[in-house]
Design a protein around this ligand. Structure first.
Ligand SMILES: *[C@@H]1O[C@H](CO)[C@@H](O)[C@H](O)[C@H]1NC(C)=O
Ligand SMILES: *[C@@H]1O[C@H](CO)[C@@H](O)[C@H](O)[C@H]1NC(C)=O
Ligand SMILES: *[C@@H]1O[C@H](CO)[C@@H](O)[C@H](O)[C@H]1NC(C)=O
Ligand SMILES: CC(=O)N[C@H]1CO[C@H](CO)[C@@H](O)[C@@H]1O
Ligand SMILES: CC(=O)N[C@H]1CO[C@H](CO)[C@@H](O)[C@@H]1O
Length: 358
């Protein structure tokens, strides 16, 4: 068996990509979502396929300016992204990461078929739960942190519960898109959204600045959604505005944050622009089971709208690279995980119990 020194191996891999040994692929934009969600993008040809030394596959335009990565779900995403970020074939330090894909909509805040641009991405799964008759009579919620005595005790953190993103970048994406025409949902769905009591849920698809919660367990219904709202309120000290549900994003955010800590990427260049496929709970006239079985009927419209927002931003990045994007969009607010693991800024809420389990 021949053992190559790492540098030689990197060179061999690079040459296989048609690059010289020193040259790395430095995309301006990386678009990430699940495979079927990425398939919506027709505006670019992602025909140049790069396979890293760890077997991650990235597809790029032939000038390598824009790439896409099939980002997958929660745990798999965390592993795949970590591996990709460590590849010697890429230099992601100036890359803007745009994460999209579908999620459920909180009808208090958002509309099916619409788009969320999120300041916070949060995790809802590292806790304890009591269901049904197991729920103690004096408990106001089913969900609380693993070591807590009641649902209202602040969680003890492992660092992955909450990530905050660059609000200046979010504002730029929002400002570029706020006058875009959104695709409308079907007549059947328009009739359905009229059943909701919340004004936001009855609106045509629109772009909301609001926050994303991810968990491996899919949740739907008033009881589950109210528990998520309570937990998010507790976790963010009332700051986050929960609107988008999915089973992917904290795995992605955690992996990118880890990479950022290791100098592989700039976390202030990461943004989550998510689609709304359905509502996270039923209207008053229906049960949670009924509406869950209706399926994610606004997925198609939501993805058309979310990619429209993302691609409008991509055009801006390409047009204004040297004047605006190469040096980054300076973040005036906090950017990072809930525990300030970078140690260079102060989160807007400073939980006292960070790192108990780290
Ligand atoms: C993608 O490639 C096809 C086939 O070569 C070409 O017809 C089309 O114009 C390309 N699209 C873009 C956006 O470059
Ligand atoms: C709830 O009831 C349990 C006993 O069933 C008790 O141990 C606990 O202290 C009570 N918690 C609160 C917040 O009242
Ligand atoms: C939470 O918010 C309250 C009210 O705004 C504030 O007094 C408190 O200091 C905040 N807690 C933390 C940990 O930031
Ligand atoms: C790089 C890669 O695996 N790309 C695939 C991601 O998913 C889309 C949609 O199915 C495929 O077209 C890509 O080839
Ligand atoms: C801030 C900035 O540089 N904006 C420019 C981005 O690119 C468009 C299209 O070329 C210009 O019209 C803007 O002035």
């Amino acid at each position: 068996m021949v053992l190559f020194p790492l540098a030689t191996l990197v060179c061999l891999v690079s040459v296989a990509f048609g690059l010289s040994c020193e040259e790395k692929i430095a995309p301006k934009v990386m678009l990430a979502a699940n495979a079927a969600e990425l398939a919506y993008i027709k505006e670019f040809n992602f025909t140049t396929v790069v396979q890293t030394e760890f077997n991650d596959i990235v597809a790029c335009t032939n000038d390598y300016q824009i790439c896409q990565f099939n980002a997958t779900t929660q745990i798999k995403a965390a592993i795949a992204w970590t591996s990709l970020m460590n590849s010697r074939a890429f230099d992601f330090t100036q890359t803007y990461f745009l994460v999209s894909g579908t999620g459920g909509a909180n009808p208090r805040v958002a509309a099916a078929g619409g788009v969320a641009i999120s300041r916070f991405v949060m995790q809802f799964e590292r806790g304890s739960m009591f269901f049904g008759s197991d729920l103690p009579e004096n408990f106001t919620g089913n969900y609380f942190w693993a070591g807590g005595q009641t649902p209202s005790v602040y969680p003890s953190l492992v660092d992955t519960e909450l990530f905050e993103f660059n609000t200046d970048l979010i504002d730029r994406i929002f400002d570029l898109s706020k006058d875009l025409e959104m695709t409308e949902i079907s007549d059947d769905l328009i009739a359905y959204r009229e059943k909701y009591e919340y004004p936001a849920a009855r609106r045509s698809p629109f772009i909301a600045k609001c926050d994303t919660v991810a968990s491996n367990a899919y949740w739907h219904g008033d009881v589950a959604a109210t528990n998520v709202e309570n937990y998010v309120r507790l976790l963010s000290n009332g700051t986050a505005n929960y609107c988008n549900t999915n089973q992917d994003d904290t795995g992605r955010a955690a992996a990118m944050f880890h990479a950022a800590r290791n100098g592989k990427l700039d976390f202030s260049r990461v943004a989550f622009v998510k689609a709304f496929s359905n509502y996270d709970r039923p209207p008053p006239s229906m049960t949670a089971y009924q509406t869950r079985m209706m399926g994610d009927s606004a997925t198609d419209v939501g993805l058309k709208n979310s990619w429209k927002v993302v691609l409008t931003f991509v055009d801006d990045v390409l047009n204004n690279w040297s004047s605006m994007y190469a040096n980054g969009i300076q973040a005036t607010g906090y950017v990072g995980d809930i525990c300030d693991s970078m140690g260079d800024q102060i989160p807007i809420f400073v939980p006292s119990k960070c790192r108990i389990y780290s």
